[in-house]
Structures are given as C-alpha cells and as structure tokens.
Design a protein around this ligand. Structure first.
Ligand code: PMP
Length: 353
C-alpha cells in the first residue's frame, strides 16, 4: 500500500438521518419542527439581496451574537456561534477536550460524541444509563477530561433536573461540563442560570429544533468570556467565515421573536402529550419525553420491522442499530394531522402484528 494511502485518517463517520423527498411523506425522523420559522425570518430572507453574497460574511457574527446575548441576558463576550451545534460541539471538543484523561458521556446519547472523540483522538469513557434510561450523576464524579451530555437526553427525551446538573458541576471544578440543550425549549430546564456560579459550565443550544431553522445551520454556546475567547481562537485557526450572510440575518430575526418561539413550542408540546396518550393506549412504552420526540418500544412488535413498514408507507421515523435500543423507534412530533396519520397506520399494523 502506498504511504499516502496508509496515512489516511481512519474514521467511522456519524450517520445523519435520511432526508427523503416525497411529496406525500410524513417526515418524523430528524426532529425538525413542523411549523415554519418566525415571520420575521421569512421577511428577512425576502429582503436579502443576492448582491450581498458577493462579500464574505462578518467573521465575528456580531449581529447574531448581539441578538443572542440580548435574548439570553448575557454579555456578547459570552456567546460563540457556529454552523449548527454539530459545528459548535466539534469546536468545543477540539478546544477543551485536550488532556490525557477520558471525556465522559452516556452510552445512549447523541451518537456524534464518540465520532468527534475518534476524529480528534480524544480518550473517552462511556457511562451506561440506568435501567430506566436516566443518566446516573454519580458516574460523572471520577477524575475526567471533560463531561458532555444532552439535556433533555437524546434519543430518550428524558430531562435531568438542574439539581443533578449542579451536583455534577460542583464535584467537577477541574473539568469543563458541556450541556447540549438542543431540545431544552420543549420542556427541559436550561442550565444557563448556573453560569453565574459555575465557570466550568458551557451551554449549547441550536436553532434547528425549537426555532424551526434546521436548514439555516445556526447554533450557539454560552460560557465565561475566557472560555468563549479560547473557542474563537480555535475557530479562527480552522475556518473564519462560518455562518453565511443569510443565516446571520435570519438568525438575528428569529431570536428577536420570543412570543413566536413560545407559541410554536407550546403547540409541539401539546401534540406530544396527546401522542403519549394515544401510543400508550396502543401498548407502546416510552420514557417521559420532555423533547420534540418520543422513544418508543412495543412488546408485541419488532422495531426494525415496524420502521420498515412505516417507511414503505412514506412515514419516516428513526431506528438505531445499537445495543440496548434495537427494539426502539424515535418518533419526532409533527403536526396533529401528521400524528393522526401515524396513529391510523399503527392501529392497523398492530392488528396484524
Ligand atoms: N445535539 C443533539 C443532542 C442532537 O440531537 C442534535 C441533532 N441531530 C444536535 C446536537 C445537532 O443539531 P444541529 O447541528 O442541527 O444544531
């Protein structure tokens, strides 16, 4: 084998959810929001002139960062933005998980964490969830090179109480604790208030779910100015112009409309609670999700077979070929009409299961 072939960086990539494109499909597989972005986002994009694309975007993302700082009552020096939380988290891993000690995260969680560890050659240790799929805070008290977990966790949807997050922070004064709050707006409790007391905390949120802007690729981290400064140093050593001009403007418009965020997340939450009742009546079991998806299993049917039958009917959900969760499906909460179509399919399917 040639030397250049031997030198290729070997990685097993993260597999993102499918993006099928059928006019009649019901797409419940990648936790997108079924409602459109805030009206001001649509207006901003309408006014965006193609001529603007001739110029590079602002590398400091000032317009967007200032809007986020205002909305979340922090200083702009505490805000870092990137191209979705995948970009923000990758920068965090690269910047802060840089010791010989293992980074801790749960066994059932966002499947990108081990991929970044492998890519950046970061040692890690996986901490199994409890039998009921909750995170065990005591597992995160040993010496480590950093801690990361989503809250609510994905794909379980289980939210961790702030008191337990505080416990992890208090016992880890030498470690950075990253709370990935991709789904927090659907009923979780944000760790942002803990920033005043814990400088070792970094909170990550995204515009992809609650703000209905997965296609714009915008997310942010909030932490102490020193940590955010370190993140910027790494970003500028990698790719200075990350968020494009249209997304910078559209993101700022979205953040300014808190009422719309509350209105649309309340609708998703109401549909989620109705979905819990319907699925429980059909015999499905699931953890009590505080996110925009349910993680369901049924004692009388095989999850993979159901996943495939749903796909045939152009109803797309997510199935993970991973230990402990092979008999589960993750179902994103769509509109009431979309969920009604899902219920009708499932009732019929279970008759013959
Ligand atoms: N964290 C978690 C827990 C997620 O489920 C996702 C969505 N796949 C992400 C981060 C990344 O989302 P995005 O890059 O769209 O912000």
């Amino acid at each position: 084998m040639k030397r250049y072939m031997k030198a290729i960086r070997q990685v097993v990539p993260y597999v993102p959810g499918d993006q099928p494109d059928f006019p009649d499909m019901i797409k419940l597989n990648t936790n997108e929001n079924p409602y459109p972005p805030a009206p001001a986002v649509q207006e901003t994009l309408r006014q965006t002139r193609a001529e603007l694309l001739r110029l590079y975007p602002d590398p400091t993302a000032h317009q967007l960062n200032a809007a986020i700082a205002k909305a979340y009552h922090v200083d702009e020096s505490q805000v870092f933005t990137g191209v979705g939380s995948d970009d923000v988290l990758a920068m965090i891993f690269l910047t802060f998980f840089n010791s010989d000690l293992p980074v801790f995260f749960p066994d059932i969680t966002y499947a990108f964490y081990p991929v970044w560890c492998d890519l950046f050659r970061i040692p890690y240790e996986i901490k199994p969830l409890a039998e009921d799929f909750s995170i065990v805070p005591e597992d995160y008290l040993a010496e480590n090179g950093g801690i990361v977990f989503p809250n609510p966790n994905a794909p379980t949807g289980i939210a961790m109480p702030l008191s337990e997050i505080e416990d992890i922070l208090r016992h880890n004064p030498e470690s950075l604790v990253v709370v990935d709050e991709a789904y927090v707006d659907f009923g979780g409790e944000s760790a942002l208030p803990l920033l005043n007391e814990y400088e070792n905390l970094m909170v990550v949120q995204t515009f992809s779910k609650s703000r209905s802007m997965a296609g714009a690729r915008i997310a942010f981290a909030i932490g102490s100015p020193a940590l955010i400064h370190a993140l910027h140093d790494v970003k500028y050593s990698f790719n200075s112009y990350t968020i494009n001009r249209a997304s910078l403007a559209a993101g700022a418009a979205s953040v300014a409309d808190d009422a719309y965020l509350k209105e649309t997340t309340a609708k998703v939450i109401a549909t989620r609670e109705r979905t819990k009742k319907e699925l429980a009546e059909m015999g499905f079991c699931f953890p009590d999700s505080m996110s925009n998806f349910l993680f369901v299993t049924h004692s009388e049917c095989d999850a993979k077979a159901l996943f495939e039958a749903l796909r045939e009917a152009h109803i797309f959900v997510r199935w993970f070929d991973a230990p402990r969760i092979r008999n589960y499906l993750r179902i994103t909460i769509g509109t009431d009409e979309q969920m009604d179509a899902l219920f009708a399919f499932l009732k019929n399917y279970l008759k013959y299961a």
